[in-house]
Write a protein that binds this ligand. Sequence first.
Ligand code: NBP
Length: 483
Amino acid sequence: QKAKIGLIGLAVMGANLARNLANNNIQTLVFNRTAAKTEQFMRDFGSNPCLQAAYSMEELVQNLERPRKIIMMIQAGPAVDAMLDTLTPLLESGDIVIDGGNSYFEDTRRRSAKLAELGMEFVGMGVSGGEEGALNGPSLMPGCSRKAYVQLEPMLQAISAKAGESGKEPCVTYIGTDGAGHYVKMVHNGIEYADMQLIADVYTIMRQVLGLEPEEMAKVWDEWNKGELSSYLVEITANILKKKDAETGKAMVDVILDVAKQKGTGRWTSMSALELGVATPTITEAVFARNMSVYKEERIALEKVYADLPEALEAAACCRKAAFTEEEKAQMLEDLRNTLYAAKICAYAQGFNLLGTASETYGWDLQMDKISKIWRNGCIIRARFLDDVSDSFAKQAGMKNLLFSDFFAEALKKARAGWGRVVALAAERGVSVVALSSALSYFDAYRTANGNANMLQAQRDYFGAHTYQRVDKEGSFHREWTE
Ligand code: NBP
């Protein structure tokens, strides 16, 4: 029996995606470079009649329905090019190759063009939700021709996560041509960096300023998860704070070293933003925060160098004595809740702004309402809030930035005073909250008609005769500043 789809790469993501396909009654033919892994996979899961194995590329290609559909779940980078070099001579015009890995979108654009020359379809597909998503339903972001998408749609809809009131809306949509899918997945990850750092900032204030214990914090996060902040990341934050270390009995968060790793998609998002001239400070600060976390030794040494700063002493004293009344604490927690929501709106506003500019630059015609809809389940940033994001983009067509949304403007207005108090308090106590404060600066800068770039232009004209524009007439001017 010829299979409906071939799948190459049986590491954790590929194995789970193959099982997901088979669980949806899609006949799947798997292949892995190292045959032992294929054998193990078939021993573990081969009882599912929808799974079959190939032990050579030729065997794979010969046993697929035509036009062939092959999904690669292999390491991003040179492995994908090597695989395409081996695969394409065995394929025919009209066959479809899908790269479901975290490939860089420029690589995907290049590969799409190459396969198009051969008359084949290349699909760069963002797959979100980690290994659990791959098995039970990921959010899928395919970038390809409409023709290829139509052929894949039923299959992708079957294996994707489902969302919406009915619980039946598939978390997949046509994203755009060539690198669009991988780009959208990349920005999704950039937003994820920001979302995580915002939560970490709030946690820092709860811990270092309010002096709350992990269990007390967990209750607050559980409560917040019932309202507008309801999301996967808030849910797991509450769960993390409840967890104890088996060895020491301490809270898990207190035994985990404060050094963060990264795989690069946040950095790619920030690099693209710089390249395209888009302001994404909160996403980029979240990447910088991970970079900063790596300077562990220096941080230990510098804490000693600056230990006699009044702010440092005050932060420590306040933690020791829990210097706030219950009423003050309740007010601050309310401020924090509104702050987190407002800052989150700003982080998403930045991500969507970047998508908008990329869409124009690369000719993708990205549909923000649809993209926010497919992030509602199956991926790490899934959240109730995305329903409102999607509604806002659908209602206010052509909206330049999420800050123009009538719905979110209300939330931002409501949050602004408390947001200022939160960031000011953190600054007073010497506690770094880069994501919360950069989001606040973003909001304040964006809603200010007259900023301070007049001073920059004056300086540029002064030292480099770069000219300036005037507020009162058209044209380009230069002043002899030292006359
Ligand atoms: P890895 O990224 O660890 O890749 C391992 C797989 O790539 C194995 O099947 C390996 O075959 C194969 N491979 C390599 Br390495 N070089 C190859 C080559 N030259 N030719 C053929 N196959 C080659 O696997 P993963 O963690 O399952 O991730 C797969 C993709 O999905 C990656 O792009 C990843 O970034 C992306 N992704 C991962 C996650 C996640 O949570 N892990 C989430 C979303 C997306 P072998 O067995 O012969 O070595």
